[in-house]
Design a protein around this ligand. Structure first.
Ligand code: IPE
Ligand code: IPE
Ligand code: MG
Length: 241
């Protein structure tokens, strides 16, 4: 068996369908999803996984009805407040990835406070992808590189993959090794477009609110059974990525 991934990323999908199957409102699904998130963070801490990204709100999720968006913002604020102490005690460091400036003031405030409170965590790094879009991430990076060029700090001839990487939201953290999508869809939905280049993809039909530590275990074992070649041949290492 191979080793555990350093960086697991999860597209937490299926809250709405989970709720619909129970005759509940979508908001009840999101609330149940927050409980699932809590359990999965705890399990990643236990397994000593260094990095976890969770995709909580995409740049396209603004297209949802106003009351659902409002509910999601309120839930982010509530989660940030209610989990802060426990996350800090567990040594988790929370880093928001995405344009948090555009979130509702309560959600923004909550997430920024959580990030400040956990600043010196030396265990799991939890990247919270909120108002995140892979294309927006790349466009923002391009803008920041262009600004660097205008200031004379970057020579356009030096712009390569690693230069671009430094301007992404997820910098300086490593690319995900494993991307899990719950809820049955097989797509990235604009998540981590640059960062996903060599991630192992794992999709399962379990709705996010039902996804527990055992399901994570199944995904991790599937990952460990994969052969990662990074374009090389079977026995080449990650060197030269
Ligand atoms: C994921 O669940 C949560 C967010 C995208 C915010 P969904 O709300 O997308 O649930 P489904 O896909 O409609 O079941
Ligand atoms: C992806 O789920 C985004 C998050 C889980 C935050 P969506 O439910 O928004 O994706 P689509 O619309 O099915 O592609
Ligand atoms: Mg969905």
């Amino acid at each position: 068996m191979g080793s555990l991934p350093d960086h697991v990323a999860i597209i937490m999908d299926g809250n709405g369908r989970w709720a619909a199957e129970r005759g509940l409102k979508r908001t009840a699904g999101h609330r149940a999803g927050a409980r699932s998130l809590r359990n999965i963070i705890e399990e990643c801490v236990r397994l000593q996984i260094p990095y976890l990204t969770v995709f909580a709100f995409s740049t396209e999720n603004w297209r949802r009805p106003r009351d659902e968006v409002d509910n999601l913002m309120a839930l982010m604020a509530e989660f940030s407040r209610s989990e802060a102490e426990e996350l800090r005690n567990a040594g988790v460091r929370v880093i928001p990835v995405g344009c948090t400036e555009a979130l509702s003031p309560v959600a923004r405030e909550g997430i920024e406070t959580l990030s400040r409170m956990t600043f010196d965590g030396d265990g799991l790094v939890l990247l919270l992808a909120v108002n995140y879009g892979g294309r927006a991430d790349l466009a923002r990076a391009a803008r920041r590189v262009a600004e660097g060029c205008l200031r004379g700090e970057i020579d356009p001839a030096d712009i390569d993959e690693s230069c671009l990487r430094r301007y992404l939201h997820s910098y300086p953290y490593p690319d995900p090794d494993l991307i899990i999508r719950t809820g049955g869809e097989r797509r990235l939905s604009n998540f981590y477009l640059y960062q996903a280049a060599y991630a192992e993809l794992y999709a399962c039909d379990v709705y996010w609110p039902d996804f527990g530590p055992e399901d994570l275990g199944v995904a991790l074992r599937a990952y460990q059974a994969r052969s990662r070649r990074f374009g090389g041949s079977a026995d080449s290492s990650r060197e030269g990525r």
